[in-house]
Write a protein that binds this ligand. Structure first.
Ligand SMILES: Cc1ncc(COP(=O)(O)O)c(C=O)c1O
Length: 471
């Protein structure tokens, strides 16, 4: 085996993937396995399949496997040009424009195909960096980036640490610190990668932040890769602002440094169709990337079907509006359910997940405690959620919980399980406090114990559980 193949960058040893395995061993089913693990670690958008299925039913000629579409079978089965079908690229360009509110136009000739955003991200790393070069990435970031960006390319990730003190905003100071540290370590920084909307945070970057990132990369003369695969999952204000809009309005920007990664895995809910896109403003990257797309071409059958679907303006508009509405409804239902139990999430407006704050449930503010709590949640509560450490979060106690890959009934079961867990933990916390009180009574006067600032102060150094708050 090559050294590259057997290095650990595939990332499959992380709890992110372990949780999936726990689900696979014992998957929840409402009737056949009602006590199984509920999969809340999978960022899939399954809320609008009925809308898509209706379109497919009404458009049988879009498939080469129906009597109506069979006449195209030979041409499509034989098609292998790595530029892709022109009407497929046009359809994708139109979709990308619609997702950005029609405020930007995309040139179909700049669209390079790849096997999902996974392939698109790797393709860009291959084009832009040599083994040992690095990309800055704000934390927390998508757990599989280590695999997608680094495993086969030898590229390194340099984390740009963001934290909850400003709701995980990316600051210029954090970027400069990461950049400076890399220089001190003699690492060649080739660029910055951002995920907007963010996985795992479910938030969008505002215009000012985006402008400052574009200025930063221009000043340093490094690349900016924007993974915008959650662009249409925005369900609440503020709206999604793409880097493409920002550079359109900016006076000074070297567009050769800007690259967008897109896919239909999240916005349309088609991760199995493996449609990934690199949209680069750099001609050399487009030309090189296109030669590489032979390694991960989107099947011509898929291109053919999607060309028809994405060119149907009315369908696309209805789908995008309905998907956003349903995601918003589901997000509200889930987060309000958690709030009733005293559990808060980072306020978010996008994505297929929420970023749940269980910091006050940790025994200690350490990643060991985070893993202990995670094991209880997976093995006893039987919910596969993903711990913040698998997204390289700097603060222990955050968990990503996916809510769009299941039906309403399953979400209700998940909420009930969390409530039962919260109830048990609250009982434990109350008993613990009572036994502490009894110890205090034996050595102190009653009023001293009850009125002690230690017990009463909201700034008590004893970590308060949200579970206790819930009672
Ligand atoms: C930020 C981000 N980028 C890329 C991917 C990979 O997407 P795809 O299924 O299109 O390969 C994911 C999947 O979860 C993701 O969250």
């Amino acid at each position: 085996m090559s050294k590259m193949a057997v290095n650990e960058k595939h990332g499959e040893n992380s709890p992110y993937f372990d949780g999936w395995k726990a689900y696979e061993r014992d998957p929840f089913h409402p009737t056949t396995n009602p006590h199984g693990v509920i999969q809340m670690g999978l960022a899939e958008n399954q809320l609008c399949f009925d809308v898509v299925e209706e379109w497919i039913r009404n458009n049988p000629m879009a498939s080469i496997c129906t009597p109506q579409g069979l006449c195209h079978f030979r041409d499509i089965a034989n098609f292998q040009d790595y530029h892709g079908l022109p009407h497929f690229r046009n359809g994708v360009a139109k979709l990308m424009s619609k997702v950005r509110g029609g405020r930007v136009k995309f040139d179909a000739d700049r669209i390079v195909m790849s096997g999902g955003a996974t392939g698109a991200n790797e393709l860009l790393m291959f084009c832009l960096a040599d083994p040992g070069d690095a990309f800055l990435i704000p934390t927390p970031y998508y757990a599989a980036y280590d695999r997608d960006l680094c495993w086969r390319t030898g590229v390194q990730i340099i984390p740009v640490h963001c934290d909850s003190s400003n709701n995980f905003m990316i600051t210029r100071a954090a970027l400069e610190a990461a950049y400076k540290k890399a220089q001190e370590d003699n690492i060649n920084v080739k660029g910055l990668i951002i995920t907007n909307p963010s996985n795992p945070l479910g938030i969008t970057l505002d215009k000012e932040t985006l402008k400052s990132l574009v200025s930063f990369i221009n000043e340093k003369n490094i690349h900016l890769v924007c993974d915008e695969i959650y662009g249409a999952t925005v369900f609440n204000t503020p709206n999604f602002v793409s880097v493409s809009e920002i550079i359109q309005d900016m006076e000074f920007c070297n567009k050769n440094l800007i690259h967008i990664v897109y896919s239909l895995s999240k916005d349309m809910g088609f991760p199995g169709l493996r449609v990934g896109i690199v949209y680069s403003y750099n001609d050399t990257v487009v030309n090189c990337g296109r030669k590489m797309s032979s390694f991960g071409l989107v099947s011509s059958q898929t291109q053919h079907m999607l060309a028809a679907m994405l060119s149907d303006d009315e369908f696309v508009e209805i789908f995008l509006a309905e998907s956003s509405r349903r995601l918003g409804k589901r997000h509200r239902f889930f987060t309000e359910g958690l709030e009733k139990m005293g559990i808060t999430c980072l306020p978010s407006n996008a994505g297929l997940f929420c970023w749940m704050n269980l910091r006050s449930m940790l025994k200690e503010q350490t990643f060991e405690s985070e893993m202990m709590l995670w094991r209880v949640i997976v093995n006893e509560v039987k919910l596969n959620v993903s711990p913040g450490s698998s997204f390289n979060c700097l603060e222990p106690g955050w968990f990503r919980v996916c809510f769009a890959n299941m039906d309403d009934e399953t979400v209700e079961v998940a909420l009930k399980r969390i409530q039962t867990f919260v109830g048990k933990e609250t009982d434990k916390a109350v008993k613990h406090r009572q036994s502490n009180l009894r110890v205090s009574f034996s050595s102190r006067r009653f009023d001293e114990a009850v009125m002690s600032p230690h017990m009463m102060s909201p700034h008590s150094p004893i970590p308060r559980s949200p579970l206790v708050k819930a009672t």
